[in-house]
Design a binder for this molecule. Structure first.
Ligand SMILES: [Zn+2]
Length: 127
């Protein structure tokens, strides 16, 4: 159980980084429109996109997540099965493809948490 008020809570639950109440995304990760975000928090009114192309920087976070995923899959395959080289390629590309919605959304949530911190009184701010 991750306590509310930590950045990890906001990132893993896709909640507003300031109040941890409002949802970042409009749909689930494997539904149509999984990239769509709310413009602002429904609880505290925080503007999720601070400027045009705000989430371009999230590409760097996404890159780091993908490298971590590739490394994890590679090590798991190596330790458990030690398969042929083609199996590594297919499995790693498959994992990246299947988990793309998750890494995409996580990277934006992490990036947003770079700029905002939890504020317990944010719920009192009128949107
Ligand atoms: Zn909020």
């Amino acid at each position: 159980m991750i306590p509310k008020g930590t950045r990890l809570y906001s990132i893993l639950h896709h909640k507003c980084p300031r109040c941890h109440e409002g949802s970042l995304y409009c749909t689930g990760p494997y539904q149509k429109g999984f990239t769509r975000m709310h413009e602002k928090c429904s609880q505290c009114g925080l503007q999720y996109a601070q400027e045009p192309s705000f989430y371009s920087g999230a590409m760097y976070v996404s890159y780091a997540l993908q490298v971590a995923l590739f490394t994890t899959v590679y090590v798991a395959l190596r330790v458990l099965f030690n398969p042929a080289a083609e199996v590594y390629m297919i499995t790693i590309i498959g994992a990246a493809f299947v988990l793309f919605p998750v890494t995409f959304r996580l990277s934006r949530a992490i990036y947003l948490n770079f700029f905002f911190s939890y504020d317990a009184d944010a719920k009192n701010i009128k949107p």
